[in-house]
Design a protein around this ligand. Sequence first.
Ligand code: PAF
Length: 270
Amino acid sequence: MVHRPKKAGKSIGLVPTMGYLHEGHLALVEQARKQCDTVVVSIFVNPIQFGAGEDFDTYPRDLSRDQALLEEKRVDALFAPSISEMYPAGYHTFVEVGGEITAKLCGASRPGHFKGVATVVSKLFNICLPDKAYFGQKDAQQAMVIEKMVRELNFPIEIVRVPIVREADGLAKSSRNVYLDAEQRKQALVLSKALAEAHSRIKQGERDVARLKEIMRAVIAASPQANIDYVEIYDAADLSDVEQVDRNVLIALAVKIGSTRLIDNLLVEV
Ligand code: PAF
């Protein structure tokens, strides 16, 4: 699939996805299209990054719709392997990124998640041989984990982060938004509202991280169906703890609306 363009000296851009594509994914594809000769998109709902009791079975899938969207975006190749192609019987090799970066946020609430992500992304890199690979800032921690893995395992690949795409009312685009009923869809706005409130308080001079987290928790508490998984503010470079917003920080939150777990974040540069 990629050996011919590679041999011909063409640059390859990979957009790894789990499908059910939305404008967030398409922004990754557009960026890849601008920067690379050959654009490859992978669609694979990776079972090993889902924990027991998570939504692997119900994760939305629609390959023919995805295929049509990718054709419109002039994607050169779609790689949509089966589970047995990626993990044949007897498969036992995993990639694990350690340190603070995987211990916090989604790493703490979803044990094993980033091991599953790092493993599948390594495999996709080896199969698709990209020069650049595109990840959404919506999954900021995932992008940081992949960047660390690429540095530490010497993958000759540039990771490109693409900004979050939002609905007109602020909700970050996510394949999981389809799980929300009309009332939950309204309540899901507490995530972006909490981030916006923290941002405006920072602009007004509030620097105390504990206080900012309290303010965000209060915004979320106003929504009866919202249950906080985490509301955190960490150093944007390495997720180390901060007490004051005196450097670039990542404000990250995960909130369950009914049974749907949503994440969102904001990078604040000071
Ligand atoms: O962000 C995703 O959709 C997935 O975690 C990824 C990077 C495709 C790995 O399965």
